[in-house]
Design a protein around this ligand. Structure first.
Ligand code: BES
Ligand code: MN
Ligand code: ZN
Length: 496
């Protein structure tokens, strides 16, 4: 999708659809009034006869408004006076953009300078709009023999109309917003792909392809490499699968050579049956999303490289299936992780932490400035925070506030949970250094506490996205979270 800014007037601009705000009670914005004047009161009359009342999230599409250049006028509800909070602003833009997409409109021009969001500037607005537009245009139909709505035009061009000369900063903000949206959509694509296609090796091939197209350095370790590194925990999970495991490293070197990188570690379980501790069959198909942490690392690495961010960033993806099999790891097995610590695997369904702990140890070799792991790690996190907030776990207050801020900024929000040592007792094993489960109380916290034991050598945070990475029910599908949060976190680190 193409984004630009343009000095123009709503009544004369050449575009398929001109988008202008209206406020509560059907009050027209200045931009809408200009159209109304040229159309001899057609907007005012249409408003009188409709239920549209300017509430955020409602729109009114008008065709053939006399005296106006554009074939269509979309009135968008902007609340009482256009001064919105972030949630309402996103609602306004999301519904407007959805409307443009479903109406098959190829290009639109927005005159929305009368919409403001408290404590957010023009650049923020431009970035959000571009991200939301790319997200709104998303479709996942590669697996359908006939694409839904094929033939209807795709929204290909969005213009921000301004009264004054367009600014370069706004143009840059639009480009960054687009890169975030594309990163989000890449994460969604990978999440939505079925588990018979999106295997560990498929992820490795996609990483290599992305590396070629976006000048990222990609290195893939296979099972023999991991055996040499003594990644006994990761390999214990992979044992039950016919699909060979992979450890994928994607490097963006945008910063000075000596700058320590931020390392993102994404859980890449391409299907989680639970292994011998088999899951119940209801909704087991959703366990194809158990590679969403990996997907978010792909999406973020894409965005970072598309923006040419001046920062060193490494993405690490341990990728495997978790399957039951004659060769599979048993509950009670004890394995030695790459760190040398032994782990009693009491439940083979707590596999995420087993692959992550070896990936965390592997991350040491990058001498990281900070490590953030992203994982659909626990059902307990869904119980604690639902589908709204991602669980944030870190002993590092400074890192916590950086991550929370990035989430607040992008409305891809996280909420902090404790990783206190008091919980470590629950992971005691009679037979090994640590057990891989800590019982039912505080399940998402003990999972984080398990990881903390392998993250002593660097600043570290863990994001549990079990609730936020996908939606169930009618709108079933991957959300692409937390690509926006992660990219913003990195942008802030780059000083942008
Ligand atoms: N991938 C699951 C976590 C999960 C569950 C994500 C539901 C999204 C929705 C993870 O591997 C898992 O199975 N965790 C177990 C841990 C337990 C055995 C300690 C869980 O949450 O039940
Ligand atoms: Mn599991
Ligand atoms: Zn899992």
């Amino acid at each position: 999708m193409d984004f630009s800014t343009k000095k123009a007037q709503p009544e004369t601009v050449r575009t398929a659809c001109v988008v202008v705000p209206a406020f509560r009670g059907g009050k027209l914005s200045e931009a809408a009034k200009r159209i109304d004047r040229h159309g001899r009161g057609q907007l005012t009359r249409a408003l009188k006869n409709s239920e549209f009342d300017g509430a955020p999230g409602t729109n009114l599409m008008l065709l053939d408004v006399a005296g106006v250049g554009a074939a269509r006028v979309l009135l968008i509800g902007a609340g009482k006076d256009g001064q919105l909070n972030v949630a309402d602003f996103r609602k306004v833009m999301h519904s407007a953009l959805r409307r443009l997409c479903t109406a098959g409109i190829g290009d639109a021009t927005l005159f929305i300078s009368e919409i403001g969001v408290s404590a957010r500037d023009e650049q923020w607005l431009a970035t959000q709009i571009a991200t939301l537009a790319v997200e709104a245009a998303y479709r996942f139909d590669v697996m359908k023999s006939e694409a839904d709505g094929s033939g209807s035009k795709q929204l290909g061009r969005l213009v921000l109309g301004t009264g004054s000369a367009p600014s370069r900063r706004q143009q840059a903000a639009l480009a960054r917003g687009r890169a975030v949206g594309q990163g989000v959509n890449l994460a969604r694509d990978l999440g939505n792909l079925p588990p018979n296609i999106c295997t560990p090796d498929y992820l490795a091939r996609r990483a290599r392809e992305m590396g070629r197209l976006n000048r990222l350095r990609v290195n893939v370790l296979d099972v023999a490499d991991m055996e040499k590194l003594k990644m006994g925990a990761l390999l214990a999970v992979a044992r039950g699968s016919r699909q060979p495991a992979r450890l994928i490293a994607i490097e963006h070197r945008g910063g000075p050579a000596k700058q320590k990188p931020v390392v993102l570690v994404g859980k890449g379980v391409t299907f989680d049956t639970g292994g011998i501790s088999l899951k119940p069959s209801a909704e087991m198909d959703e366990m194809k999303y158990d590679m969403s942490g990996a997907g978010s690392v792909f999406g973020t690495m894409y965005a970072v490289s598309a923006m040419k961010m001046p920062l060193n960033v490494v993405g690490l993806i341990p990728a495997t299936e978790n399957m039951p099999d004659g060769q599979a790891t048993r509950p009670g097995d004890i394995v030695t992780s790459m760190s040398g610590k032994t782990i009693e695997i009491l439940n083979t369904d707590a596999e995420g932490r087993l692959i992550l702990c070896d990936a965390l140890t592997y991350a040491e070799r990058y001498d990281p400035a900070a490590v953030i792991d992203i994982a659909t790690l626990t059902g307990a996190c869904v119980i604690a925070l639902g589908k709204v907030a991602t669980g944030l776990f870190t002993p590092d207050d400074k890192l916590a506030s950086e991550i929370l801020d990035a989430g607040e900024n992008t409305w891809d929000r996280a909420w902090r949970m404790p990783v206190w040592d008091d919980y470590q007792d629950q992971l005691k094993s009679n037979f090994a250094d640590v057990a891989n489960i800590g019982g039912r109380p505080a399940g998402s916290v003990t999972a984080a506490c398990f990881l903390a034991r392998f993250a002593k050598k660097f600043r570290w945070a863990h994001l549990d996205i079990a609730g936020t990475a996908w939606k169930s029910g009618k709108e079933k599908g991957s959300t692409g979270r937390p690509v926006a949060l992660l990219t913003q976190f990195l942008m802030n680190r780059a000083g942008w």
